[in-house]
Design a protein around this ligand. Structure first.
Ligand SMILES: *Cc1c(COP(=O)(O)O)cnc(C)c1O
Length: 405
């Protein structure tokens, strides 16, 4: 069956008592042992819960992995995978990874637990150059956040395999419907299910999908030991969100494509970062390894556009961090989503103050374009007023100086 059909049916067969069509929320911490003292399939919800298990099975199936573990947030998923490696391990990580990933890695590095090399993995040779004897894994985020750089999964996967290190992909931006890293040799895939997988901005969650059963067992051990596993109600909401994922993604991408083309021809915009555009640096690789270009894009405004005004002028796009929900969001990575990154790391990744990130939602495209049009107009007008004021102040200073002189 196709993923769209499998998702529609997901979770249906679990209720043997009443055969409910909707998966029950097993809101129970504990399950009874059998009369003969036999251990039930689930005994305690940190270790296992039927609602969470249905979600895990669905995600593992979509990614083509042996199994999955669902946890309380995307960061919990990332910490779960990273905690599998021994003290002293070295990691190579995409230099423009999610801000929280950089924060976690830097923190453990400051504590002396691990060491990290950040590299621009859109050039896979950078991985080969960054390897050390103690390198245990390469951490790839593609498309990257917020500049949508594309990393060639096949090439990085083959370098990792030759080097005998693990290959881990944060695939949050695309979901398994648009990108399946395990097909390219990834050992672990992580998701913030907060984003597209749930899709309604009402749950924070994460998932680890492992290529092998051994990997799944290790990730489960870590998540259970550290108490990171997801609760039943959130699991149920994410599974419900998944049922409309194919439809949502179609609309996200259609709208993002139209927004990208609109921004590209706008005078106030310097660059548009969207892998679906043919002149995007990673377009060819993205077209090869992805089944779609997704709903995320960024752009850099020209000098002289007042960003504060632009960001506060939108009516449909909400000024907020995060992404992947049905509603459109706008934000400035340097001061919002990526503020937790060290300034040097941010600069190295090219995330300037002039970059704006959009999570394009599923609204009517005309409303999205009208909204951006008026916000850009306001931003340009405010920028012009600021310039005039600076110019006038400059003249006053000069006149005063001349008077004093
Ligand atoms: C949001 C996000 C995370 C972190 O997920 P949380 O659910 O917020 O903990 C990790 N990686 C990427 C790419 C993200 O967008």
């Amino acid at each position: 069956m196709h993923p769209q059909t499998r998702l529609t049916l997901a979770g249906q067969q679990t209720d043997t008592a009443y055969r409910s069509i909707s998966l029950p929320i097993y809101q129970s911490a504990i399950f009874k042992f059998g009369e003969d003292g036999e251990k039930p399939q689930f005994d305690y919800s940190r270790s296992g819960n039927p609602t969470r298990a249905a979600l895990e099975q669905t995600l593992a199936d979509l990614e083509g992995g042996a199994g999955a573990v669902c946890v309380g947030s995307g960061m919990a998923a990332i910490a779960t995978v990273l905690s599998l490696y021994p003290a002293g391990s070295h990691f190579v990580c995409s230099h423009d990874c999610y801000g929280g990933t950089e924060r976690l890695l830097s923190w453990w590095e400051r504590q002396g637990k691990i060491s990290v090399t950040y590299a621009d993995l859109s050039d896979p040779l950078q991985l080969a150059l960054s390897l050390r004897p103690e390198t245990k894994a390469v951490w790839v985020e593609t498309p990257s956040n917020p500049l949508l750089r594309i990393t060639d999964l096949r090439r990085v996967g083959s370098i990792a395999k030759d080097a005998g290190i693990d290959f881990i992909v944060d695939s949050t931006f695309l979901t398994p419907l648009l990108q399946r890293p395990i097909d390219f040799g990834a050992d672990f895939v992580v998701h913030s299910t907060t984003k597209y997988l749930n899709g309604h901005s009402d749950v924070v969650g994460g998932a680890v999908i492992a290529r092998t059963q051994e990997g799944r067992d290790a990730a489960f051990y870590a998540a259970n030991a550290q108490g990171a596993t997801a609760v039943p109600f959130d699991s149920w909401l994410i599974l419900r969100g998944l049922k409309t994922l194919p439809l949502r993604l179609k609309q996200h991408e259609e709208n993002a494509t139209a927004v990208a083309h609109y921004l590209q021809q706008h005078d106030a915009i310097e660059t548009v970062f969207y892998p679906g555009l043919e002149d995007h640096e990673g377009h060819d690789v993205a077209a090869k390894q992805q089944a779609g270009f997704g709903g995320m894009l960024s752009f850099a405004v020209r000098d002289g556009v007042c960003l504060r005004t632009l960001l506060s002028s939108t009516r449909v796009f909400a000024l907020a961090e995060s992404l992947g929900g049905v509603e459109s969001l706008i934000e400035q990575p340097a001061t919002m989503s990526h503020a937790s990154m060290r300034p040097e790391a941010r600069e190295a990744a090219g995330i300037t103050d002039r970059v704006v990130r959009l999570s394009v939602g599923i609204e009517h495209i005309e409303d999205l374009l009208t909204d951006l049009e008026q916000a850009l107009e306001n931003g340009v007008a405010a920028g012009r007023r600021d310039a005039q004021r600076t110019h006038r102040n400059g003249s006053v200073v000069k006149a005063e100086a001349a008077h004093r002189g």
